[in-house]
Ligand binder design. Sequence first.
Ligand code: ZN
Length: 455
Amino acid sequence: MTVTVVEGCAIATVDDAATEIADGHLVIDGDRLVAVGPGPAPADERERATRRIDATGKLATPGLINCHHHLYQWATRGYAQEATLFEWLVALYPVWQHIDGAVVAAAARAGLASLARSGCTTTTDHHYIFPRQAGDLLAVEIDAARAIGLRFHPCRGAMDLGVSAGGLPPDDVVEDRDAILTACAEAIDRHHDPKPGARVRIALAPTSPFSVTEELMRETAELARARRVRLHTHLAETDDEERFCLERFGVRPLQYLDNLGWLGDDVWLAHCVHLNDDETARMGATGTGVAHCPTSNGRLGAGIAPVPGLLAAGVPVGLGVDGAASNECGELVDELRAAMVLARAKAGPTALTARQALTMATRHGACCLGREDELGHLSVGALADVALWDLDEVGFAGIDDPVAALVFGPTRPVDTLLVGGEVVVQDGELRTADPLTLAADLRRESARLRAVAPR
Ligand code: ZN
């Protein structure tokens, strides 16, 4: 068993007491943290170490947790650049309709590599395009996550409300409801690992109010609860969605979900930009989580989510990059600054602190995914998912507060990333794949897709 000793770094543990250590150590035995504290590691731990990391000048944080993504969208970046969400979707559905295993493999590997280099150790993915004949695209993504080395919570997405039935997506990209439910059950059977330390867990995720029938929403919730997996969907992202819900269901988006029995502490929702105060309180009362995606919301002009109010209501608010077609950067550490800046642009300089942004990206993210017992904090017994950030260079020099340096300072690749104690990034370089090969594969598959469905 590998025993890793990390010494000489500042540590933001994000533990129950929000402990911060100016100069401390971490000891990792196998995939768990066995010691966290100030100064050098105890002599007996140093003696049994099989790997030593001198982390002088670095900040250790829990690995960041990405709560919302669509990895396949890495193959369709740069489309519909001035579009609203609905315009953007209508432009992209006909392109996405042609994805296959090769596109998804290249896109997922590229997206996961970018997440890893931006400090992310656990990511979810919401995959909801399943062209007939394309094979098991969820399995393709899971293989990609194993290859890059990230912990993975793929969500089996679904759409069954095509344009002819009053939905937004073309009929060609929606699936039959029974086929969806069968595929969801199979995904759980094949891939879901409920055990502590799991590398792969499945969630069920019908896509949005404007692409899914009420029947599928209800039946998916029943299936998820019978199988003890989590539920995820998009909600309250735009004014257009709100109008759609008022016209079709006679209620606002959150009330629609509430009526379907969808709110609860086993659910997290992407966006929640357009919630009023009563709805924010209802989120808190039900323990429903949020995946806040500030860059995507900005890119699509969707608005600014009421994050300070959600946090005050006790809502777990994790961060998400969202799909790379609405956040071409796709790097998670950027979302800490984006969350802070957007909240402050809306509500003043005390709206969100650097430490709150870090807590959202770690503990709150773990809570959204039901992993708060073992992820999102550097505590003895937690999984050894650790990011080391190099703050000893000109971009950060002179910022005395390491957490402020990380959140306010320039974006840099993470220096070292450990997932379950295993090295994924070292010296700022991805160690599990060749970035030049990933880029070549992504260029080829993006071009192939563009040729099939021209802009
Ligand atoms: Zn999304």
